[in-house]
Design a protein around this ligand. Structure first.
Ligand code: FES
Ligand code: CO
Length: 350
């Protein structure tokens, strides 16, 4: 599936960046090949419009905020959050203060969990629910917002692929002798699916003791996770010590080959117990292990792979469900999967 080829994917909310980045002024972002600019107006509201001035095509993200508008740095045309051109400084005196009748594309924008969220067209479902955000006993840590050279779908499948942990994470929390992790519960929902798992993890290595305050070589952890169609995940982990860590991971699609990995988490401990730096240093090791593999994979993920493309196994169930649900989503909106023309066969028939 080429993620930019499907208009229906424009109808979901995606996290772009922590809102703190807007303190430096308007910020550009490419979402599904659409270049947009986001900014915060004087009254605190957010705007998201096309990152192209309709005068001579300068990028509005090179501009500046005036009141609630964004002003082009080339000749000073200014735009409201609904995309309307509000002011053309060079217009004739009798035109000043009158509607220009000009506008460019604007997008749905929201602030949630300290992040900017955008939907390019009317969203089909709400921003994923993170109940921890309302839990006074949990703090939020904005961990990562970085470009990965892989398809969003690969990140999502990986997020629910428990059988990679033994291998990909063999130097951190994986155990190569403990390969099969069975899900306790798997249930499809309107927005995706829920899974629950109880697992043992090697926890005596690389910062886990400092980050999670675990003791002993192995620990059991209970976790539940939700997939929110198409590219968001909530993962809630409870450790025997009582520590609760809930992660949000979004693989926001930039183009077909690239996504913005946005991860923040909520933790039930305090900054004094485990600092942001210590917690994030440990999670950095883990996401880099994933990233190393994910960036090596084909970006045109087949929703229905031929045997020459990919061969599935039992533990691929969540990923296969994601692919089926995406197929159903496309079908419900009159779309069929878009693929690269040439696919290089990688498997030989037995
Ligand atoms: Fe933006 Fe001229 S290009 S005002
Ligand atoms: Co992983």
């Amino acid at each position: 599936m080429l993620q930019t080829a499907h208009p229906v994917l424009r109808r979901f909310w995606y996290p772009l960046m922590p809102v703190s980045r807007l303190e430096a002024g308007p910020q550009p972002f490419t979402l599904l090949n659409t270049e947009l600019v986001v900014w915060r107006g004087a009254d605190g509201s957010l705007g998201a419009i096309r990152d192209r001035c309709c005068h001579r095509s300068a990028k509005l993200s090179r501009g500046y905020v005036e009141g609630n508008c964004i002003t082009c740095a080339y000749h000073g045309w200014s735009y409201a959050a609904d995309g309307q051109v509000m002011c053309i400084p060079q217009a004739a005196p009798e035109q000043q203060g009158k509607p220009t009748g000009l506008s460019i594309e604007s997008y749905h924008v929201a602030e949630r969990y300290g992040h900017v969220w955008v939907a390019l067209e009317d969203p089909l479902s709400p921003i994923p629910e993170m109940p921890e955000a309302a839990d006074a006993g949990m703090r939020r840590l904005d961990q990562f917002c970085e470009v990965w050279q892989c398809a969003s779908l690969r990140v999502m499948e990986n997020s629910f692929d428990t059988s990679h942990i033994a291998f990909t994470h063999r130097h951190s929390f994986g155990d190569i002798t403990d390969v099969v992790q069975e899900a306790l519960h798997f249930e499809e929902t309107a927005q995706g699916f829920d899974v629950a798992e109880r697992s043992h993890r090697a926890m005596n290595r690389t910062g886990a003791v400092a980050a999670l305050r675990v003791e002993g070589e192995m620990t059991h952890r209970s976790q539940t996770a939700q997939w929110f169609m198409p590219f968001s995940r909530r993962l809630a982990i409870r450790y025997p010590s009582g520590l609760r860590c809930t992660f949000f991971t979004g693989a926001t699609p930039i183009d077909d080959k690239t996504c913005m990995l946005v991860q923040f988490c909520f933790r039930s401990d305090t900054e004094e117990e485990v600092s942001f730096e210590a917690a994030t240093a440990y999670d950095r090791i883990i996401v880099d292990e994933d990233r190393n593999i994910l960036e090596s994979m084909e970006y045109d993920v087949p929703l229905v792979p031929t045997r020459e493309e990919e061969i599935a196994m039992r533990s691929d169930r969540p990923g296969l469900t994601i692919r089926r649900r995406l197929r159903e989503l496309l079908a419900a909106h009159g779309e069929t999967e878009s693929r690269l023309r040439t696919v290089v066969p990688i498997a030989v028939s037995a």
